[in-house]
Design a protein around this ligand. Structure first.
Ligand code: NAD
Ligand code: IPM
Ligand code: MN
Length: 356
């Protein structure tokens, strides 16, 4: 019998709460029908808790997640009442760093051509994955201020790139390409301007690439990458890039697959507890209004189930999402008329139908 998988759920802030509720409804529905051995626990970390008692995440929580959980599902973090994002840095970035979730896996896949803003592009043209380095770069929080708040202020923000860190994400991208029969890996940097950090990326890509003679290698500067993602997205299979550029290009990637309401992601450490979250944020203006699109969260749930070894459950989720889109059982952002909850209900209904 498969061992019970333990999942921690952090709905977080804003629409994170709304979309997580739907993803969990879908999970309960799948569990009822397919009897998946899952043990789900909820955690209230987020702005509300932080404002109430000052807790971002208790000291021992990371250890608990690392030792006792197989995966974490997180909705979104970000609240206008906490403008400096202290809680989000501790929770979201804290988990990425402390669990060493070095591979941020962000698939860009168009499910229905009617959602693509690019002229004449179809499902076969927009189908690639981005691996964003997730533990280094400009995100490490090294730097500081001098003469803060004065006209002479100096602010520095260090861009940290280690050979080990760069090598492992590039290797992970090549391994993924090999496993999934993707014929090409594209590495994107800005090594023409950033002659230290990104020269390391370029040299590492050339070195690691030698171990994968059957995979085509492409190097592209990040400014040109954004242009090519719009002009000829069909040329991409697997893109690997640094933390900052990965953040930016995956919002662009989200839009060419139909919008942030459809973009799923996983923060992976193959040897530890991994974390799954939609690419979108907490969209505060939509919070609690039953308008947020829950499909990114539901597809993220699918990624998590796939990662935990329940690939059939993921296939059901994907099939139900494709049907919701093709029949316009969607929220306003995708041109539909349903609310967040009704889309969740539709997905549950389809999954039940598939089983009978
Ligand atoms: P956002 O992704 O929250 O929203 C940008 C816009 O995209 C929204 O105004 C909305 O029009 C659209 N959108 C996003 N998700 C949607 C959905 N599910 N359904 C329908 N429309 C959707 O980005 P933002 O406005 O830049 O950030 C808001 C807050 O979220 C900030 O505090 C930011 O730091 C945070 N944030 C958190 C995460 C995360 O937790 N992973 C990711 C991005 C941003
Ligand atoms: C993302 C988000 C985060 C990031 C923010 C909320 C810190 O934009 O997951 O894409 O920059 O990584
Ligand atoms: Mn982002």
């Amino acid at each position: 019998m498969t061992k019970t998988k333990k999942i921690a759920v952090i709905p977080g802030d804003g629409i994170g709460v709304d979309v997580t509720q739907e993803a969990m409804k879908v999970l309960e529905n799948i569990q009822k029908i397919h009897d998946l051995p899952l043990d789900v626990r909820h955690f209230d970390y987020g702005a509300e808790r932080y404002l109430k008692d000052g807790t971002t995440m208790p000291e021992d929580q990371v250890e608990d997640f690392r030792n006792n959980y197989d995966a974490i599902f997180i909705g979104a973090l970000g609240d206008p009442r906490v403008p400096d994002m202290t809680h989000a840095r501790d929770i979201l970035l804290g988990l990425r760093f402390k669990l060493d979730l070095f591979a941020n896996y962000r698939p860009v896949k168009l499910t229905d051509r009617k959602l693509c803003p690019l002229k004449d592009k179809t499902e076969v043209d927009v189908d690639f994955v981005v691996f964003r380095e997730n533990t280094e770069g400009l995100y490490v929080g090294m730097g500081g201020n001098f003469k803060k708040g004065t006209p002479d202020e100096i602010a520095t923000q260090e861009d940290v790139n280690t050979r080990k860190g760069v090598e492992r994400i590039i290797r992970y991208a090549f391994e993924f390409a090999q496993r999934r029969n993707r014929p090409k890996v594209t590495m994107s940097d800005k090594s023409n301007a950033l002659r230290f950090g990104h020269d390391l990326w370029l040299r590492t890509f050339e070195d690691v690439g030698e171990d994968y003679p059957n995979i085509e290698k492409q190097h592209i500067y990040v400014d040109a990458l954004t242009m090519q993602m719009v002009k000829r997205p069909e040329q991409f299979e697997v893109i690997v890039t640094c933390n900052m550029f990965g953040d930016i290009v995956t919002d662009l990637g989200a839009q060419i697959q139909g919008g942030l309401g459809l973009a799923a992601s996983g923060n992976i450490n193959p040897e530890s507890t991994s974390m799954f979250e939609p690419v979108h944020g907490s969209a505060p203006k939509y919070a609690g209004k039953n308008v947020a699109n829950p499909l990114a969260a539901i597809l993220t749930l699918g990624l998590m189930l796939d990662y935990l070894g329940f690939s059939e459950a993921n296939a059901l989720v994907e099939k139900a999402v494709v049907q919701a889109i093709s029949t316009d059982n969607t929220t306003r952002d995708l041109g539909g008329k349903l609310g967040t909850k009704e889309v969740g209900d539709f997905i549950c209904k389809k999954i039940t139908e598939f089983a009978s």
